[in-house]
Ligand binder design. Structure first.
Ligand SMILES: NC(=O)C1=CN([C@@H]2O[C@H](COP(=O)(O)OP(=O)(O)OC[C@H]3O[C@@H](n4cnc5c(N)ncnc54)[C@H](OP(=O)(O)O)[C@@H]3O)[C@@H](O)[C@H]2O)C=CC1
Ligand SMILES: N[C@@H](CCC(=O)OP(=O)(O)O)C(=O)O
Length: 418
């Protein structure tokens, strides 16, 4: 395959499709979402067979259990994928919304209209449900999209692509509104992020290697959805019951997601009582603990954490634990070593919780809740493209609105500027 030529064709088709999608009515977009959901349910056996191929290869390549878990499709996850698309039908269509109107002294009326971004290139991990979610959100928000999922999910993504194309065509929308790149060659990513004539924005979802590549090579604007070095800080005024529940859920609910806690910070005044309770749960669940010297004094089985641990996203049953003197030291640690994704405080103290909200520089800042809640469904967006770790355009879980922008609109009656 001539990858440059192939990607140019993909880009050109996407640009043409984006113009049709921008003016597609809500009924047609909803019909496409329902038709894709129907096709996914009908083709469940085909999808499972394609996924089995991917799983066999991934196992042979020695993929970690948490990554296999994220790659695996089951009848239940297929049903959830279809249900997610049907739930998008019920979401209000953001395209064409108008508001903020003001009359100016000149007589013109100035306001705003919500519009699609155009063509969105999305590079993401080997998680097949993201293919359906991203396709659905881009369709509903009137965009065209070019999807590049992780290579481990290649066969399954191609099977989902067939359902998406069929659904678009059934609804009378251009099949190339959603294109899933048909090669796992990373040269295609290189083309995608430099085709500024065809692509309006790139959304990379991934870790450090992807960040480096995108930061170095992208010529298209980027909304980064990067790694999650998420923290929970247990304050000395925490409710111990809440602290234990949150420390357990934020780490062990699932190990691979970006909103999983990687570092637990504990106030020195409460550490000796709370840490043994939390450690008992981690031991039972097989979580390896790496701690600072003060942590090791309380938990002799914790291995010594290095400076590198504070900067590491394990995506695995491993946690780093640091005992801190106060809230300021906790926030300093988070703002220094975190990835500005999601961080939580456990405290019953109102003033400290307000200070944490104001001073922690992350896309989601939580009081007395698990970091695992940083998610589009959980925040009521219906679904999510991912969790933006950027500050510009969209921050945190990105849903339909994050895939649009606003243009100014002006109503006049023949006014001219003096
Ligand atoms: N903020 C968010 O919304 C989310 C963030 N993540 C983050 O993703 C990471 C885990 O997923 P993982 O699959 O390991 O992530 P990777 O970064 O390894 O892979 C993600 C995607 O990026 C591609 N990629 C990676 N490096 C390059 C490169 N140098 N050039 C071109 N393409 C590249 C991969 O392609 P290939 O298949 O070829 O490796 C894959 O499609 C974690 O850091 C997690 O926090 C995950 C989900 C959501
Ligand atoms: N929104 C997701 C997190 C996204 C994410 O990190 O995905 P992944 O790395 O594929 O497990 C959730 O909480 O389920």
């Amino acid at each position: 395959m001539d990858i440059k030529q192939y990607m140019q064709d993909v880009g050109r088709n996407a640009r043409a499709a984006s113009r049709l999608m921008a003016k597609a009515n809500t009924g047609a977009k909803n019909a496409a979402l329902n038709a894709i959901a129907d096709a996914i349910e009908r083709d469940a056996t085909l999808l499972l067979a394609a996924n089995q191929k991917d799983m066999d290869q991934a196992r042979a390549d020695g993929l970690e259990p948490a990554m296999l878990d994220r790659l695996q499709l089951t009848e239940k996850t297929i049903a959830t994928m279809a249900q997610g698309l049907r739930e998008m039908v019920a979401l209000p269509d953001p395209v064409g919304e108008m508001g903020d109107f003001k009359y100016r002294p000149s007589g013109i009326q100035v306001g705003k209209m919500r519009v699609p971004l155009g063509v969105i290139g999305i590079i993401y991990e080997a998680r097949p449900n993201v293919t359906a979610d991203a396709a659905g959100l881009c369709i509903k928000s009137g965009n065209a999209t070019i999807l590049r999922g992780g290579r481990e999910a290649f066969n399954c993504n191609q099977a989902i692509a067939a359902c998406v194309k069929e659904g678009l065509s059934t609804a009378g929308l251009p099949a190339s509104a959603v294109q899933i790149i048909e090669t796992p060659d990373r040269a295609a990513v290189g083309e995608l992020i430099t085709m500024n004539e065809f692509v309006d924005v790139i959304i990379p979802r991934g870790g450090k290697g992807l960040i480096e590549r995108i930061s170095r090579d992208a010529r298209v604007p980027v909304i980064k959805h990067l790694d999650g070095i998420c923290h929970v800080y247990i304050d000395n005024e925490a409710d111990p019951l809440k602290a234990v529940r949150i420390a357990d859920n934020a780490k062990t609910h699932r190990y691979a997601p970006c909103n999983t806690m990687e570092t637990l910070l504990v106030n020195e005044q409460i550490a000796a009582t709370i840490l043994p309770q939390i450690a008992a749960i981690y031991r039972e669940k097989g979580v390896e603990m790496r701690g600072c010297a003060a942590t090791q004094a309380i938990l002799p089985d914790a291995i010594a954490a290095t400076e590198e641990d504070w900067r590491t996203e394990y995506l695995a049953p491993i946690i780093s634990i640091r005992i801190v003197s106060d809230l300021d030291q906790a926030m300093d640690h988070i703002n220094t070593y975190g990835s500005h994704h999601t961080d939580a405080i456990v405290t019953e103290n109102y003033t400290k919780s307000r200070q944490f909200l104001r001073e922690v520089d992350s896309a989601s800042v939580m009081i007395n809740a698990s970091t695992r809640f940083a998610d589009g469904f959980e925040y009521g967006l219906g679904a999510e493209i991912g969790i933006s770790t950027d500050k510009i355009h969209a921050r945190g879980p990105v849903g339909l609105e994050g895939l649009t922008s606003e243009k100014w609109i002006v109503f006049g009656d023949g006014e001219i500027r003096a």
